[in-house]
Design a protein around this ligand. Structure first.
Ligand SMILES: [Zn+2]
Length: 356
């Protein structure tokens, strides 16, 4: 839309600085956004995610400012996932699918399994997304996903991947460093979604967090019962079969990404088994500070300032500065000494209005 190059992107749902007032009960989604004024959601059905984003922006339902991807773009959706994963067949199809998402108003394009796509398809996804000023965020689970993604110019990678391999191979680190050395391209971002590796043993053997009423807020009782039943034997979940082995390698991989000059972002993968929206952000910050040796302020910036830069909304959001919206959370106590105080958020302001 009529935006000059270099002009910051306005959030597409934004109408006025202050949405009129009343606050209703939270929508039926575990812990959605109560403690954070912004959230990035990737891999959801297109209409549903955009509809929720717009209704929040219009003040019809309470919630955070959302940035959504709609469906994943990939080689082929896994059976039963067609509503939120779109396969592409050829470069023209890739371009058409990304255009369809851009015209529907998504904020980012999420790309996965790009190592199974042709080079032309991956380039078409990135070129079309960038033509619509949308960043492309890609999975970095497999070595070739990273190599292919770097070659095509994706903007951000996700997850601490490579299964049980002890570290990222030297050629990938070399490629990452060549990329981060190019100032004109801006930062390369990586969202490691790493806390689950460090918390898995406690989650499985002492799963107190499943009893937390916070994630059940506004969720219909039958869905709460269904989720709890699915987690009756936390240590038996097939999803986490190799997690204890992957966990041994994740600290080393995080350190490699840091040293390669990437801008690491706090993100959570909420929605996977045992990972609840109301718990996952503070836990990610806690692990960065207390297990991975990142300073508390750098960790907080990775959850606030850098994501706003990555989404090109830093003219309005991301720091407490004159001219930006007051989107602020506050807790009692010194979070720079005790980062896990963030699990009890005392105050939430969104666009200058108190939400909690
Ligand atoms: Zn992902």
């Amino acid at each position: 839309m009529g935006r000059r190059p270099g002009q910051p992107q306005r959030h597409p749902d934004r109408k006025r600085p202050h949405q009129s007032g009343r606050h209703h009960r939270l929508p039926a989604r575990p812990g959605r956004g109560r403690d954070h004024p912004h959230r990035r959601h990737v891999g959801l059905a297109r209409e549903a995610s955009i509809n929720v984003r717009q209704r929040i922006a219009r003040g019809e339902i309470p919630g955070p400012t959302l940035y959504v991807s709609g469906p994943f773009i990939q080689h082929a959706p896994y059976p039963g996932t067609e509503a939120f994963r779109w396969g592409v067949n050829g470069a023209d199809d890739a371009r058409a699918k990304v255009r369809k998402l851009a015209e529907a108003g998504v904020n980012v394009i999420k790309l996965i399994d790009q190592d199974q796509m042709t080079e032309e398809e991956v380039r078409a996804v990135v070129a079309e997304a960038h033509a619509h000023r949308l960043p492309v965020i890609a999975h970095g689970h497999r070595p070739d996903e990273i190599r292919v993604g770097l070659k095509a110019g994706v903007d951000r990678f996700e997850h601490t991947g490579l299964a049980m391999a002890p570290e990222y191979p030297a050629d990938i680190i070399q490629l990452l460093q060549e990329r981060t050395a190019k100032m004109s391209l801006g930062p390369l971002y990586w969202c490691p979604t790493i806390e689950g590796f460090f918390n898995y043993e406690d989650n499985a053997h002492n799963p107190l967090h499943i009893d937390d009423p916070g994630w059940q807020l506004g969720v219909p009782p039958d869905i709460v019962a269904d989720i709890k039943a699915s987690l009756r034997h936390p240590g038996w979940l097939a999803y986490y079969q190799i997690t204890p082995l992957r966990a041994k390698t994740s600290g080393r991989k995080f350190e490699q990404l840091r040293r390669a000059g990437l801008v690491l972002l706090v993100g959570t993968d909420s929605g996977i088994p045992m990972k609840f929206h109301n718990q996952s952000t503070w836990r990610e910050l806690d692990i960065w500070v207390n297990k991975l040796g990142v300073s508390p302020m750098d960790t907080i910036r990775a959850a606030t300032y850098w994501p706003s830069v990555m989404m090109k909304v830093d003219a309005d959001y991301g720091t407490i500065s004159p001219g930006k919206y007051a989107d602020i959370i506050a807790v009692k106590g010194d979070v720079l000494r005790y980062i896990d105080l963030l699990q009890r958020v005392d105050l939430v302001l969104k666009h200058g209005q108190r939400v909690k």
